[in-house]
Design a protein around this ligand. Structure first.
Ligand code: SAM
Length: 238
C-alpha cells in the first residue's frame, strides 16, 4: 500500500508528468485540490472515489489519506503545481510516514517558473538575473514574509499568494530600499484559458493588478522587461 503524492502542474492539464497521469489513470481513490483541473480529475477510472480537498482541514486530509490507504486502495493525492512548493506536501508525507504508510512523491511542474514562462518571462536570464528568491506573500498558516530581507535579495523575486497583500508588500519593499521603477508583473490563471498578464513597475503594480483574481503569481525584477506578451505555454498557446 502506497500513497502517490502527485504534482498536477500549474493549471493546463497537459502539464502533468507522464508518470503522474499514469498513476491518476490507475488509481482507486483520487484526493485532489481545488486548483487541479477538472480534466485531470476526469482521467481517474470510473470506479475511483473522487474526493475534493476543499473545505477539509489539513489533519482531516491526512486522516482521509491514511484511511483510504489502510482500506487497501491505490491512492493518488493530486496537488496543484509541485507538491513540495507551498503545497504542504511535506506535512502529508510526515503524517503518512507516522502512520507507517509509504509515500511515493511524483514531482510536478511548479507555477514558480511555469507561470512566468506563460507570460514570456524567464525567471533567470544570463546577464540579467542569476538569482531567484521565492516567497509566500500571505504567510497563511505560517510567518508573514520578511519583506526587508526580500528587498535586499538580488535578482528575481517570485511571490506566491501575494495578490491580496500586494499594496502592503510593494510599499514595504520600496520602503526597504527596492527601486520603485523595478519592472514587475502579475499573472493570473497562468497556462489556463483566461490567463491575464499585467506588466508594470513595482510602484504601480498594485493598482494595475487590482482587478486580477486568484490564483496569481507576482514577479519583480529586471527579467520582467524581457516579457513577450505574445509568448505563451500550454493551453494559452492552443
Ligand atoms: C498553495 S500555492 C500552491 C503552489 C503549487 N504547489 C505550485 O508548485 O505551483 C497556490 C499559489 O500558487 C500560485 N499559482 C498556482 N497556480 C497558478 C496559476 N495557474 N497562475 C498563477 N498563479 C498560480 C498562486 O500564487 C497561488 O495562490
Amino acid at each position: 500500500v502506497t500513497v502517490h503524492l502527485v504534482g498536477a502542474g500549474p493549471g493546463d492539464p497537459g502539464l502533468i508528468t507522464v508518470r503522474g497521469l499514469a498513476l491518476v489513470r490507475g488509481c482507486d481513490a483520487l484526493v485532489h485540490d481545488r486548483l487541479v483541473s477538472p480534466e485531470l480529475v476526469a482521467e481517474a477510472p470510473a470506479h475511483a472515489l473522487r474526493i475534493g480537498r476543499d473545505g477539509l482541514e489539513q489533519p482531516l486530509v491526512d486522516e482521509v489519506l491514511v484511511e483510504l490507504a489502510r482500506a487497501g486502495l491505490d491512492v493518488v493525492r493530486l496537488k496543484g503545481g509541485d507538491p513540495f512548493v507551498f503545497g504542504r506536501g511535506g506535512e502529508e508525507v510526515a503524517a503518512l510516514a507516522a502512520a507507517g504508510i509509504p509515500v511515493d512523491v511524483v514531482p510536478g511542474v511548479s507555477s514558480l517558473a511555469a507561470v512566468p514562462a506563460s507570460a514570456g518571462i524567464p525567471v533567470t536570464h544570463r546577464g540579467v538575473s542569476s538569482t531567484v528568491t521565492v516567497a509566500s506573500g500571505s504567510g497563511r498558516g505560517g510567518k508573514p514574509p520578511d519583506v526587508a530581507a526580500l528587498a535586499r535579495a538580488p535578482g528575481t523575486l517570485v511571490l506566491f499568494m501575494a495578490l491580496g497583500a500586494l499594496p502592503r508588500i510593494a510599499a514595504e519593499l520600496i520602503a526597504a530600499g527596492k527601486d520603485p521603477t523595478t519592472p514587475a508583473a502579475a499573472i493570473s490563471r497562468g497556462t489556463l484559458p483566461g490567463q491575464r498578464v499585467v506588466l508594470s513597475t513595482l510602484a504601480l503594480l498594485p493598482a494595475a493588478a487590482a482587478a486580477l483574481g486568484p490564483p496569481a503569481l507576482v514577479v519583480v525584477g529586471e527579467v520582467v522587461s524581457l516579457a513577450r506578451p505574445a509568448a505563451s505555454t500550454g493551453a494559452a498557446a492552443a
